[in-house]
Ligand binder design. Structure first.
Ligand SMILES: Nc1ncnc2c1ncn2[C@@H]1O[C@H](COP(=O)(O)OP(=O)(O)OP(=O)(O)O)[C@@H](O)[C@H]1O
Ligand SMILES: [Mg+2]
Length: 486
């Protein structure tokens, strides 16, 4: 991962430290320096987080309750992650220092009185280096990002499924990450060195799909001038990913079932069968069980496929993942488009929370790419969102239940307060419209004459209260003479 431009705000640091007070000192101290520290207390938790999301650096204590910073470093390198790792310890020895640096730690710091300054210096040093080479290609499989319970369970499940070497069925709406899960299973499986061969079963007519999957012999049909291996043979020793498997025509389902049960395939036009050693992963956004019950999909094939099932929840059911996913894509496209990592304004994030991503993570990903491409600097605001998102998110918003306005015990001067309040709103309206009085009058729903009248009446724009007035600042007047209690 290339190092990103220095000015990008909020570098995400994973801080692994079991001493709570030290963790807090570092976390609070790093924040004003532009580092957002996510803290965990052990190796185990750190690994879980690193599997689910990306960090700009890892800072780890050496001795932790459930392992050592060195174990974590080895694991990070073993995962192929290029996240820089800094080890910090109160128990430095030459041996551990050399060991950590040899294993690829970018630095090894001793906990001293100046540890915060030292760490800040090292972290800043990481990002102050100008990018000497153009950014490398963005990895084709990202990580499965998500921090909520639902995604955490899936991240763990993917790991278990990967090592099981059986057939897997992945279901979920379009754009929920079925393909990324299939690729991760391949990456972590014992077939990782073998091929990963994807095919979209819904994209080809039946005859073509058959010859694509199973291959054909010379002369099998007009135009078959030479024999051709099918994708099952291409995937030998690896994984075939049958995307949109629900679309597979029934006659081919029989052949697939045979491939699954017997581990054998027959090329079109061949007499003999060939043995295959291929793991099958199917994916669909359909309800395959229901389709099997309706007869549109073979029941026996469904049961064969459904041995291990991963169901990916739609994005709307895991709103807790929205900010990390958005950050993940912003960092990714910043890198791809050679721009600093951007962030969203609070207003933009709030709008995304109100929007229903029918295209799930893919739609969010596309939106973030658009925003990064269009944004010319600073945080990304709603003005970069397309009309359909604005139209859906501008509607009535859920707000906190209305609270009564707090009134002072001793009473107050309602007339004076209302005038001040009116003046404040007139001023706000003018500011909102960039000082343009015609627009401000329209914004406040009054004629220009009425607007001008009230401005004069209340003492002119500059004298109007800039902050929202409070009733207690307007003490009650004595009632006029002769108007006592009746
Ligand atoms: N949890 C996630 N973390 C990071 N990226 C994700 C995640 N889920 C999906 N994506 C990204 O969203 C895009 C869509 O994901 P993917 O292609 O895997 O979806 P799908 O379920 O196969 O969709 P479809 O049914 O339309 O084929 C991809 O670019 C993928 O990298
Ligand atoms: Mg897909």
């Amino acid at each position: 991962m290339p190092i990103q431009a220095p000015e990008s705000p909020g570098k995400r640091i994973l801080l692994v430290e079991d001493e709570e007070s030290f963790r807090e000192v570092l976390q609070l101290g790093l924040e004003p320096e532009g580092f957002r520290a996510v803290t965990v207390s052990g190796v185990h938790e750190a690994k879980a987080l690193l599997q689910g999301s990306t960090f700009d650096a890892v800072v780890s204590d050496l001795r932790l309750k459930d392992g050592s910073g060195i174990d974590l470093l080895v694991w990070i390198k073993g995962q192929g992650l290029e996240t820089p790792v800094i080890i910090m310890t109160a128990f430095a020895t030459t041996e551990t220092t050399v060991q950590a640096l040899n294993l690829g730690a970018v630095d090894f710091l001793t906990k001293t009185k100046n540890d915060l300054q030292e760490l800040t210096k090292v972290l800043k040093g990481l990002y102050a280096v100008p990018q000497s080479s153009p950014p490398g290609p963005v990895s084709d499989i990202g990580d499965l990002v998500g921090v909520g319970d639902k995604m955490r369970r899936i991240q763990a499940l993917v790991g278990k499924v990967a090592i099981a070497d059986t057939t897997v069925l992945i279901t979920g709406e379009s754009g929920t990450g079925k393909e990324i899960v299939a690729r991760l299973i391949h990456r972590y499986s014992e077939r990782a060195k073998g091929p990963f061969v994807p095919i979209n079963c819904g994209a080809l007519p039946e005859s073509l799909l058959e010859s694509e999957l199973f291959g054909y012999e010379r002369g099998a049909f007009t135009g078959a001038s030479a024999a051709k291996r099918g994708l099952f043979e291409e995937a030998q020793g690896g994984i075939i990913f049958l995307d949109e498997i629900g679309e597979m025509p029934l006659p081919l389902q029989v052949k697939l079932l045979r491939a699954l049960q017997e581990r054998k395939i027959r090329r079109v036009g061949a007499n003999e069968e060939r043995a295959i050693d291929v793991r099958i992963i199917g994916a669909t956004n359909q309800n395959l069980r229901a389709r099997a019950e309706q007869g549109a999909f073979r029941q026996d094939l469904f049961f064969r496929l459904n041995i291990l099932h991963i169901e990916l929840p739609p994005l709307r059911e895991r709103p807790e993942d929205l900010p990390v996913l958005a950050d993940h894509f912003l960092a990714r496209f910043g890198q791809k488009l050679n721009k600093p990592t951007m962030s969203l304004t609070d207003e933009a994030m709030a709008a995304l929370r109100r929007y229903t991503f029918r295209g799930n993570v893919r739609e969010l990903e596309n939106l973030m790419e658009r925003c990064v491409a269009l944004n010319s600097g600073g945080p990304i605001g709603v003005e970069l969102f397309p009309d359909n998102i604005l139209a859906e998110t501008n509607g009535p918003q859920s707000v906190a239940p209305p609270q009564p306005c707090p009134l002072p015990e001793e009473g107050f001067d309602l007339e004076a307060y209302l005038n001040a309040y009116k003046g404040h709103l007139l001023r706000q309206g003018a500011e909102k419209c960039g000082g343009n009085r015609t627009k401000a009058a329209r914004y406040l729903g009054m004629s220009f004459r009425a607007y001008r009248y009230w401005l004069q009446e209340l003492g002119g724009l500059e004298t109007l209260p800039p902050a929202c007035p409070r009733p207690e600042d307007f003490p009650p007047k004595a009632p006029p003479e002769g108007e006592g209690d009746a």
